[in-house]
Design a protein around this ligand. Structure first.
Ligand code: HEM
Length: 522
């Protein structure tokens, strides 16, 4: 063999050994990566496997996560599992399974994962919503529920009534003075925000331009937007971590200042209405509450109520112009039962079944969250031969639950008729023994079910019944409202829109006139 041939053969051999080494390295890397790419199928000591689910692991679910969950539920059934990184998720898409796990076995499925961002950095284990199941959560929830008992809510009746009047009056004035059409966002948010301020702090804002509204809503939006990121990065300083710490400090600063103002009013002998903060100040020694407990409770209570409740009113206003025949039926019921001389009050709810059905149907088709706050399991459990290990995140797939054809025939159609004959409140409906009879799952389920259902239902009733009594609500010509798109990954509000509000009664101005806006100075 000539010297040059030998040289070529050597070259080829080294190229070959180079590519083999590369293949070995890549193969090794792939082997190491496989467990991070594909699901792990765990089994318990009796051989029960975890619920079936997709083959791959996911870092996160993109926009419209409900669509992916719905598709998977069709493929894998009403209880499936999903790996998000190294965390096992179990997804419930059926009413009976939801009741079995969340209600019948609530002692196992009522905790929260100790998420880094929301729980550890921002709320520091406080504020009910992110607290793990246990004594502190139980104690804080019991305290927060005090201003929302049926008796306490009766005492608030006139407050909610008053705020609904102010909302309609402001809308009427704006449509008159500024001209049509109108973006309802500010008005609806302020209505709910004032109610929440009364419930939490015994105070209100007297103008839509009050900077307090923007400030606290911005904090709430930031809270909802900040989520966890990859675990090793959580240990090192990062911008996200800085934002979480800053939000914690801002909660203390803003809500702490508001608590101190209530205290100053109480110290000055002012008759502060019953509210969460008054309860906290009165019982802080007896309940051993520290300053962070108080600030975080006030913050999450306010945040919990504002976005969720106002989002449903937004969806109602976005939706109703597309259904003139449904709006006409609601107007007919209002004219027949209430008439023109007065407008609906809280006491009229039982006499207006079609209106109540509309509100339930809006909540079914457009809840503020398709995936309510996840629960976390604290013991191993076997359901129907499927193993749910301790430390599993459990989520309620409300999109699939709310589009179940057996429970809601023709589920994608907005059809309030399906709720005619359902006289129960959402709170009572959640306690029905047959989960398939429950109206909807918008408020979650089990021991962590939303504690604010009673005020939320009353706020929704007063707002929606009075909007319908007062106005004909139409889409603005040339500005179609999207009912498919929405803002937010976890919370859902419609994209910004404007509607035309045409007063239905000559005496509307005199009905909403009268009382001056109350100013309560902090
Ligand atoms: C229409 C309005 C509302 C909706 C749709 C709603 C929905 C929810 C949902 C789905 C949960 C999670 C339930 C679960 O973990 O299973 C929740 C929890 C919570 N909500 Fe609401 N909510 C609303 C209004 C309110 C109001 C008005 C308040 C306060 C007065 C409030 C305070 C809370 C609190 C403190 C929690 C945490 C409960 C816990 O973890 O134990 N919510 N809400």
């Amino acid at each position: 063999m000539s010297a040059s041939k030998i040289q070529n053969a050597d070259n080829q051999a080294s190229v070959l050994s180079g590519s083999m080494a590369l293949a070995v390295v890549l193969g090794g890397a792939l082997l190491l990566l496989l467990p991070h790419i594909f699901r792990k199928n765990l089994v318990d000591k009796d051989g029960n496997p975890i619920p079936p689910g997709p083959l791959l692991r996911y870092a996160f679910l993109r926009r419209y996560p409900e669509r992916a969950l719905h598709a998977w539920s069709k493929k894998y059934g009403p209880l499936f599992s999903l790996w998000m990184g190294n965390q096992l998720f179990v997804v419930i898409s059926d009413a009976r399974v939801a009741r079995e796990l969340y209600v019948a076995h609530g002692a196992i499925f009522s905790s929260r994962k100790n998420y880094f961002m929301k729980n550890q950095v921002i709320l520091r284990g406080r504020g009910i919503t992110a607290s793990q199941y246990g004594e502190k959560w139980r104690q804080h929830r019991r305290i927060a529920l005090r201003p929302m008992t049926p008796k306490a809510m009766q005492a608030y009746g006139h407050v909610l009534d008053y705020e609904a009047r102010i909302m309609i009056r402001t809308l009427l004035n704006e449509t008159r003075h500024v001209g049509l059409p109108i973006n309802p966002t500010h008005y609806v948010r302020r209505y709910i925000f004032n109610n929440m301020l009364m419930l939490a702090f015994g105070t209100r804002t007297d103008t839509t331009a009050d900077p307090l509204i923007e400030r606290t809503l911005a904090l709430a939006t930031e809270f909802m937007g900040l989520t966890d990121f990859i675990e090793p990065l959580q240990k090192i300083p990062s911008y996200e971590r800085y934002r979480g710490n800053r939000l914690h400090d801002n909660f203390i600063k803003v809500y702490g200042a508001m608590i101190l103002r209530v205290k100053a009013r109480m110290d000055a002998g002012e008759d502060v209405p019953n509210c969460l903060v008054k309860t906290l100040l009165d019982t802080k020694e007896e309940e051993s509450l520290d300053w962070e407990d108080m600030c975080m409770l006030a913050a999450t209570f306010t945040i919990g109520g504002v976005h969720s409740t106002s989002s449903i009113i937004h969806w109602f206003l976005a939706l109703i112009p597309s259904y003139p025949e449904i709006q006409a039926r609601a107007h007919e019921e209002l004219d027949r039962v209430i008439g023109q001389e007065r407008w609906p009050t809280a006491e009229d709810a039982q006499s207006l079944p079609y209106l109540r059905a509309i509100i339930k149907e809006v909540q079914r088709l457009h809840p503020p969250f398709w995936v309510p706050t996840p629960h976390y399991s604290t013991e191993d459990f076997v359901y129907n031969g499927m193993y749910i290990p301790k430390d599993t995140v459990v989520i309620l797939d409300c999109y699939t639950l709310h589009h179940n054809e057996e429970r809601y025939p023709d589920p994608f159609t907005f059809n309030p008729d399906r709720y005619l004959g359902d006289n129960s409140s959402c709170a009572d409906s959640a306690n029905l023994p047959d989960a398939m009879q429950r109206d909807h799952w918008t408020y979650g389920a089990g021991r962590r079910i939303c504690p604010g259902i009673a005020p939320a239902e009353q706020m929704l009733w007063l707002a929606i019944s009075r909007l319908l009594w007062s106005f004909t609500i139409r889409e603005t010509p040339g500005e179609p409202i999207s009912l498919k798109e929405y803002n937010g990954l976890f919370g859902r509000t419609p994209l910004p829109y404007r509607v035309e509000l045409t007063p239905r009664h000559e005496n509307l101005s005199s009905i909403v006139a009268g009382e001056k806006e109350i100013t309560i100075k902090f």
